[in-house]
Every structure is written in C-alpha cells, then in structure tokens.
Design a protein around this ligand. Structure first.
Ligand code: AMP
Length: 395
C-alpha cells in the first residue's frame, strides 16, 4: 500500500493527533450504547497513540443530525463506555471549534484523550467546506484516519482536512481493511469465488461485473437470483423481479461466457405463498409455481455452493441468500456462513446484511476479515477510488 500508515508517523510523543474514528454506534433512548463493536474496532489505534504519549483528539460522526446540534445525536454517551474500554479518563468537548474546544484540547496531557462532539452538527462537514476543514486541522499536528466506513465520502473530516496537514496517515483498522480488500479487487489468490446475494440486481450489478473479472466463479443468491433465472427462461412465480434491469443480467451472462467463467444460480428454492414467516413453506426444484415466491435457496443449492467453495483459496461474500430476517428463510444464508467459517481459504465478508448474518450466527471470529464499512468496501471492490483514502499522505 502506498499510503502513510500510523506506524510510519514517528515523532508523535507530545503531538496532538486528530484521529477520525467511526463511533456511529447504536445508542438507545436511555442514552446507552447497545453495541460496542465499532468502539472496540478503534481501540488498537487509540491505544497505540496513547502508549506513545500522543494527545489524542477523537472525531466522529453519529447518525444524521443534518448539520444541526441535536441532543439525540450527541456523542456524549460514548465517553463512559470508552473510558471503561481504555481504562483511563476521556474528556469531552461539546463543540469542535472556538474557545471551549481550544481550552479542552490545551488541557490534554501527553497520553491523554478527548472525544469531540458529533462532527455532523456542522453543515460544513458534509459540504466539505475548506475553511471548516482548515479550522479542524488547526486543532492538531497530525491526522490519522481510522474510519473506513466513511472513507467513500469526501467530507471535511475525511478528505478536506488532509489538505491542511503535513502528514495524514491511516490507522490500524483502515490499514487492515485495505490489506484485505485491495488485493480482492486486483489480484486475489486463485481459485477465488465470490458469493453475492441481496435484493436488487441494480444495486449489485457493478460489483458482480467487477468481481467476474477477478473471480474464477460467481455464486448468486437472494432475491436478485430470480431476475437472472427469469432471463434464463425459468418460471419464478411471484418472486422479486427487477424488471427494469434484466438487460444487466443478460450482459453479465454474456461477459461470463466471453471470459469462460461460471455463474452459479440456485437450482432449488424454499418458497412461500406470501412474503411472510407465517405461511407454509415448500422446497421446489427448477421452476417456481404460480402463486409462490422464492424466499431462500434450497438444500441442493446449498450443497452445490458448498462444493463450489471447497478447495478455493479466496472467498468474498456480500448479501444474504434469502430473507434471513425471517426464521423460515435463514438456512441458506447461515449455511453459507458456516461453510466460510470452516473454510481454510482467506474469507472476507463485506456489506451490512451478510455481516449481520455472520455475527448473528456467532461465526465472526472464524472469518479472516469482516469489513466494517459496507458501502466503502463495495466501492473499493467495484474499483472506485475512496476520497478518504486517496487524500492520505503518499509514501
Ligand atoms: P442487500 O441490501 O441488497 O444485500 O439486500 C438484503 C435484503 O435482501 C435483505 O433484507 C433480504 O431480506 C433481501 N432478500 C434476500 N433474499 C430475498 C428474496 N428471495 N426475496 C426478497 N428479498 C430478499
């Protein structure tokens, strides 16, 4: 990787580091943080800086307060949780700029840490306003970005700010994301199989097309599979159909043919008579009868996909195989998760719902890498440049 990393920032003792983190954590009405995953993910970088006696200024967004201060979206409830995780005091600044913030930062001791209020309380953040970015940058000596989940946004705290620092580095979380994801986009160790599920063809076609260039095979599941099956002439009953985008399915088939690559589609399905967990289900092979809709991949498809995943060296998975939010239609998604967990391959899972499924099944620690950034990981795999990464110092 050609970007400056946190370990390459050498003279950090006593220096103020503006550390962009992703503390966009769930907080309930009682102002309790209900899931600390994102806080824990940032700990290696925070601890590294504190141990080296830097002064750490934490900056994050939280929710969508639309450029206005709003108590509902305050990051204050994060302070006590972070203090417990770090085992040290964390101060809090209710503003980012002005004398209150300046005094709070000036009071930081080497090895001290402060959390700043939600950067999205300022409309200049999402507008990537340069004056605001400059003022943010004036708070610190160096910039470290560990917020991979927002790296695909050119905001003041992710992109604009870097123009006013002499050194902008990536933190450990960002570095790990790039180490796993970048090779997948260009030169994954073969055999490489990609599994893509989810609801809509339109949302995933660019990903599928890009993955096809580097993968040995694609396994397609979820609602989007029915559009591909429809194009192949199968009956799909009332299954979800992305009627406006069938040409994209045809283009992908043509591309696979020209590259001599295999696209796997479901050969059997768990069907229901309505989009509900409370109606009888049935397993059908091939055509789906009128009045039924495909809700999950069937057992033969699971076996076929498991076979396709045997003896591969690299796997990437995005998107559920069925309507896994409903218990009757979880098996396909969870079985694929199990297969990845048992695989000796390098396994990478990216994108919200497949990550949720892996975590729900308690398989998180058996996957080589679970990306913390849904949108950002897909952008990267689709071959797009991420502004928050491009802006970091080149080495
Ligand atoms: P995505 O965000 O594109 O990965 O899509 C995830 C959504 O796809 C989940 O909410 C699933 O319930 C939905 N999904 C998966 N399989 C199906 C299906 N067979 N029919 C309708 N929706 C599905």
């Amino acid at each position: 990787m050609s970007k400056l990393t946190i370990e390459q920032l050498t003279d950090i003792e006593n220096k103020k580091i503006l550390l962009r983190v992703d503390f966009n954590v769930p907080i309930n009405d009682q102002k309790q943080v209900t899931d600390t995953t994102r806080l824990k993910a940032a700990l290696p970088t925070i601890r590294y800086l504190l141990k080296r006696k830097a002064k750490v200024i934490l900056l994050s967004h939280f929710g969508r307060p639309k450029g206005q201060p709003n108590d509902k979206y305050s990051l204050k409830p994060v302070v006590s949780v972070l203090e417990e995780l770090l085992g040290q005091e964390v101060s809090f600044s209710p503003t980012l700029l002005g004398s209150v913030a300046e005094v709070a930062i000036a009071n930081l001791k080497p090895g001290g840490c402060i959390l700043m209020e939600n950067v999205r309380f300022y409309p200049q953040e999402t507008d990537n306003e340069q004056q605001f970015a400059k003022e943010l940058a004036a708070l610190a000596d160096y910039y470290v970005n560990d917020a991979f989940g927002t790296a695909h946004r050119a905001h003041a705290s992710t992109e604009g700010v870097t123009h006013y620092f002499t050194k902008s580095a990536c933190g450990f979380l960002m570095k790990k994301e790039l180490e796993y994801l970048l090779p997948l986009a260009t030169s994954p160790e073969p055999p490489f199989v990609a599994i893509v599920g989810g609801a809509k063809v339109k949302d995933k076609i660019q990903l599928l097309s890009k993955l096809l260039d580097v993968a040995n095979a694609l396994l397609i599941g979820g609602g989007m599979a029915y559009s591909f099956l429809h194009v192949q002439g199968y009956k799909i009953g009332n299954s979800i159909l992305d009627a406006d985008n069938l040409h994209l399915c045809e283009e992908l088939f043509a591309k696979a043919k020209s590259q001599n690559k295999k696209i796997y589609l479901p050969i059997d399905h768990v069907v229901a008579t309505s989009f509900s967990n409370d109606v009888p289900t049935q397993i059908v092979e091939g055509d789906i009868p009128d009045g039924s809709l495909g809700m999950d991949i069937g057992p033969k498809t699971i076996a076929l996909y498991q076979q396709a995943l045997a003896n591969v060296k690299t796997v990437f998975w995005n998107g559920p195989m069925g309507v896994f939010e409903m218990s009757n239609f979880q098996k396909g998604t969870f079985s694929i998760g199990e297969t990845l967990a048992q695989s000796n391959a390098k396994t990478v899972v990216g994108g919200g719902d497949s990550v949720n499924a892996i975590n729900q099944a308690g398989l998180g620690d058996k996957i080589s890498h679970i990306s913390t950034g849904g949108g950002a990981s897909l952008e990267l795999l689709q071959g797009n440049k991420l502004p928050g990464i491009e802006a970091l110092t080149e080495v």
